[in-house]
Design a protein around this ligand. Structure first.
Ligand SMILES: [Zn+2]
Length: 314
């Protein structure tokens, strides 16, 4: 259990020390040239600043991270990261604005998107893909969002398609696709799932051809009320229940907390939900460690104001 009254969540000096320790566990070094010959600058206006003796550049723990252009105090960054990393269904920018006393919705909204970006490192593609010999990968699709919050004015927004690849007892990778066809999902699956895996899907013929390229492919026929069965031959339970559980959290988060999301930002919300799932307590990752991982994820990235407005791929 994390103590939310800990100094780093309230005191700027404590927060700075915390972030410096996270960023430079082996000693502070210059983000411009890598030199360890640096010194802390004196004077009140230079708090948190270092000067590099080699390249003479100034820097702080914000330099070269998602926090660089942000005016939000570091202790609020730490609290926001902690809250987003530990709330199962996420936390809306409005809620964060109120809880953290952030001045504007726009600032809180952008803070949330930066944190989602920090969580995005975790995509399984960077760790060699999902599945493998003897492993089961469930693939399923879902439609999220689309709730009309103001029915008097206009039609309900269309739901957006999401495809998730989940290694049983393992990790997930979710993707937004404009529409679910064999053509849109094939490259995603081929890129992220090891061909030595056993695939499990629903009865949809989307997967028939593709399934032949994997070690095995079994499906459950939801249209016949079949949700799981034990296969003697392989000693496996054939189902896509893990993906269905994942989607139930995703849908409750997107509808209940975020009240639907726009198509342009959906991939960022997916990063957030995937991150929490991939660092869940069942895998031995607790709140503090999950937050620490998200904090490491701020390094080496930038997000400017116009970036979240563009649509992008995962
Ligand atoms: Zn330097």
């Amino acid at each position: 259990m994390t103590d939310l009254t800990a100094p780093r969540f309230h005191d700027e000096d404590a927060a700075t020390a915390w972030i410096e320790a996270s960023r430079w566990p082996d000693g502070v070094n210059c983000p411009h040239c890598g030199s360890f010959a640096v010194h802390r600058m004196g004077g009140k206006t230079q708090t948190g600043m270092f000067l590099c003796n080699d390249c003479r550049e100034k820097f702080s723990c914000r330099s070269g991270t998602l926090m660089e252009r942000s005016h939000v105090p570091l202790h609020k960054w730490l609290l926001a990261i902690h809250l987003l990393a530990s709330s199962k269904k996420g936390m809306s920018a409005h809620q964060l604005m109120r809880n953290l006393g952030i001045g504007s919705y726009r600032t809180a909204w952008f803070l949330c998107h930066r944190i989602r970006e920090a969580m995005g490192d975790d995509a399984p593609v960077s760790t060699g893909g999902l599945g493998g010999a003897g492993k089961i990968v469930e693939i399923d699709e879902a439609y999220v969002g689309g709730k009309d919050s103001n029915r008097a004015h206009g039609k309900a927004a269309p739901k957006k398609a999401v495809v998730s690849l989940i290694e049983r007892e393992g990790r997930v990778a979710s993707f937004h696709v404009p529409n679910v066809t064999a053509k849109t999902i094939r490259p995603i699956i081929m890129t992220h799932v090891s061909r030595a895996s056993a695939l499990m899907t629903d009865e949809s013929n989307l997967y028939t051809k593709l399934g032949r390229e994997f070690a095995s492919h079994q499906s459950v026929d939801h249209s016949r009320d079949e949700y799981a069965y034990y296969d003697k031959l392989t000693d496996r339970v054939v189902s896509i229940n893990v993906s269905e559980n994942y989607y139930s959290i995703l849908k409750r988060g997107i509808m209940g907390v975020y009240h639907s999301v726009s198509e342009a930002h959906l991939h960022r919300y997916l990063k957030e939900f995937d991150f929490r799932y991939n660092n869940r307590s069942r895998l031995g990752v607790e709140d503090d460690e999950r937050a620490a991982k998200a904090l490491k994820g701020v390094e080496g990235k930038r997000l400017t104001y116009d970036q979240p407005r563009q649509s992008a791929t995962y």
